[in-house]
Design a protein around this ligand. Structure first.
Ligand code: ADP
Length: 161
């Protein structure tokens, strides 16, 4: 049986914290689908297409990882893709309540899809896409937080604003 997992998120933009989770999840599953989703509660800096493009470029070296996009419920998308698991990253206790609620709801909606939580490495514990965007918007250096192509795109965005 092929073990497939979906790692959903806004990825606005992808950070080294996301990459660490992707790298580790890709070792646990035969195939990992990194899926950019619409989060109605967030107003993105990067368009849907831009986020998918950045991920596609950054994830090119990973042979069992693909990039996709979806709208709607993650469990429905996971089922449609034949995935057994949804991957989520956990940073601090602040992530926990929301993630716990979402995982239980998803379990109720589709019992056969498991949510697998992976702890952030301490190195990336503080890192979020919003922090990166904030630092970049004030001209701060984000090269320690994101891959070079993302840093370039952030600089471009802010020079066009
Ligand atoms: P969402 O809008 O779905 O929260 P994000 O792109 O912000 O999308 O995050 C996607 C997933 O990656 C979430 O499970 C989030 O907790 C996790 N994540 C984000 N940043 C990190 C990080 N630095 N370390 C580990 N996991 C992370």
């Amino acid at each position: 049986m092929t073990r497939i997992a979906v790692y959903p998120g806004s990825f606005d933009p992808v950070t080294n914290g996301h990459l660490d989770i992707i790298e580790r999840a890709a070792q646990l599953f035969d195939h990992l689908i990194v899926a950019v989703s619409v989060n109605p509660g967030k107003k993105p800096l990067f368009s849907f297409d831009e986020r998918v493009e950045l991920l596609t470029e950054v994830l090119e070296p990973y042979k069992n990882v693909s990039v996709d996009r979806f709208r709607g419920l993650t469990v429905n998308y996971a089922k449609e893709k034949g995935a057994q698991a949804i991957i989520r990253g956990l940073r601090a206790i602040s992530d926990f309540e929301n993630e716990f609620q979402m995982a239980l709801t998803n379990k109720k909606l589709k019992n056969e899809v498991e949510t697998v939580f992976m702890m952030s490495q301490s190195q990336w514990l503080f890192l979020s896409s919003s922090t990166v965007k904030e630092v970049a918007s004030f001209g701060g250096c984000v090269s320690d937080f994101v891959p070079p192509i993302v840093e370039r795109k952030l600089l471009e965005k802010h020079s066009n604003l």
